[in-house]
Design a protein around this ligand. Structure first.
Ligand code: FMN
Length: 440
């Protein structure tokens, strides 16, 4: 932001540090009203933030909630865009979320920019950065049309009336923890939790996010990188380590708020950053109970699924109340409970898909080059074989190199290319027998 300001002296920049003023905005709504008035006078609004945990930091999430609750109409028609820094791990979900919320506010969202965290040090980036800002500024001043990307969300009106559940899922001797963001007014979510937990044989241990006494959002100080210890002394880390990391299965439960879960849930995830980039929840069966229009919230679904993939947990199911009737939700919950219980006894570990595989590689490369700060991650990665750089696969590299050299000989290349499919299938014959097509 400072770089933009210094290079655009003809523009006046007005900065609002959201996290710094959040408490005051919550306690004194008139202060927020004043700031919103100032924001609404701007020709262009730049949402500028570091990507935190697949999304925007919890502090900014809360700020967006306050705007949506009390000032939903005041930024209508204003031009805006996002400027973020990150290591390009799920920066697209953070940008999509912000664009969707801005569109909900009736703002005109211009093409955004996601910078790598050290990009500003590169001349080539700086040149393009200034061009981007110049273009954005011009588009805003020329009243250019802004392309929209998301449909408005239709609220879910369904009221869940559960029947009497039966205990059907054997969890004897296992510790199941429910991490819940439900408040009394969340009728559907509270009913879903109650029905689901009754289906399980043993008592479920409930952790209410609102009672955890989390003092604040992650400050990004990275002190946790060395030993995995957070600077906050509010007991969150202890609870996370002693009650959540030790559970045999976890149920997460939350209602949607704007286009994600609540800022409180976001704070819970941001603060779990003391785990660094280590999948310490690996292998744990997880089930999500979500109340809200999940099918319309692609970013939230991507978060739920990709978070499970990257953290190597076993995502048993995501059950939402977006259903035709209560009987169907009863059935889905009962089935989810059975599968959660079975995942604890006989887990099915499925190969991970692109977002999780790609995300883990980004972490691997990042931690390798930042081990001085993320020492705890580095030691964990060394111990658990996370550093799976292809360069260390010596025999595979040697075989590839030999073939690479041989392929320069036209007759060999012709032969290999002619038999490509057969050669690719040959290793599998050890497992399934001959794959030669049978002549009739
Ligand atoms: C709690 C926390 C969560 C983060 N989550 C992500 C993430 O999901 N994706 C990503 O690319 N970077 C993530 N990062 C890295 C930051 O986005 C990145 O370092 C950013 O450049 C920090 O900006 P700052 O120096 O302005 O704080 C995270 C950092 C922290 C502290």
């Amino acid at each position: 932001m400072r770089f933009l300001e210094q290079n655009n002296p003809e523009n006046t920049f007005f900065h609002l540090h959201v996290a710094r003023h959040l408490r005051s905005f919550e306690r004194h709504p008139e202060k927020l009203t004043e700031e919103i008035k100032k924001i609404a006078e701007a020709d262009l609004i730049l949402w500028s933030f570091p990507v935190y945990y697949f999304l925007i930091p919890s502090q900014l999430k809360r700020f967006m909630e306050l705007i949506l609750e009390k000032h939903a109409k005041e930024l209508q028609g204003k031009y805006c865009t996002c400027l973020t820094t990150s290591i390009h791990f799920f920066d697209h979900t953070a940008h999509d979320y912000m664009q969707a919320v801005c569109e909900d506010l009736g703002m005109k969202y211009l093409p955004d920019l996601s910078a790598g965290m050290n990009d500003l040090l590169k001349q080539s980036f700086r040149d393009n950065f200034l061009k981007w800002f110049d273009d954005t500024n011009k588009r805003a001043s020329k009243n250019s049309p802004a392309v929209t990307k998301f449909l408005p969300v239709k609220a879910n009106q369904f009221k869940y009336e559960p029947r009497q559940p039966t205990k059907s899922s054997d969890t004897k001797g296992k510790r199941v923890v429910l991490v819940s963001d439900a408040s009394e007014s969340d009728h559907n979510l509270v009913s879903m939790e109650r029905f689901f937990c009754t289906c399980l044989e043993d008592k479920v241990e409930r952790i209410a996010l609102k009672d955890l006494g989390i003092k604040g959002g992650c400050r990004g100080c990275l002190n946790c990188g060395w030993e995995g210890k957070c600077i906050y002394k509010d007991g969150f880390q202890k609870i996370f380590r002693e009650r959540i990391l030790t559970a045999d299965a976890i149920i997460f439960s939350g209602s949607t708020k704007d286009r994600f879960l609540s800022a409180r849930f976001k704070m819970f995830f941001d603060r779990s950053f003391f785990l660094g980039h280590r999948p310490e929840l690996a292998g744990k069966p997880i089930l999500w109970l979500v109340s809200g229009p999940l099918k319309q919230l692609h970013t939230l679904r991507e978060f739920l699924e990709s978070h499970a993939g990257v953290s190597k947990t076993l995502l048993v199911d995501i059950v939402s109340d977006e259903v035709e009737n209560s009987e169907r939700l009863d059935a889905l919950l009962a089935d989810g409970a059975t599968r959660l219980a079975s995942a604890m006894q006989k887990p099915i570990r499925k190969p991970r898909m692109f977002p999780a595989v790609a995300g883990s590689k980004i972490f691997r490369d990042f931690v390798y080059l930042a081990s001085a700060i993320f020492r705890a991650d580095h030691l964990f990665y060394k111990k658990t074989g996370f550093y799976d750089f292809p360069q260390s696969k010596r025999s595979q590299r040697f075989a590839n190199f030999s073939l690479y050299m041989a392929m320069h000989i036209p007759s060999v290349r012709k032969k290999v290319q002619h038999q490509m499919t057969r050669l690719m299938l040959r290793p599998y014959e050890k497992i399934v027998g001959s794959l030669e097509s049978k002549k009739s």
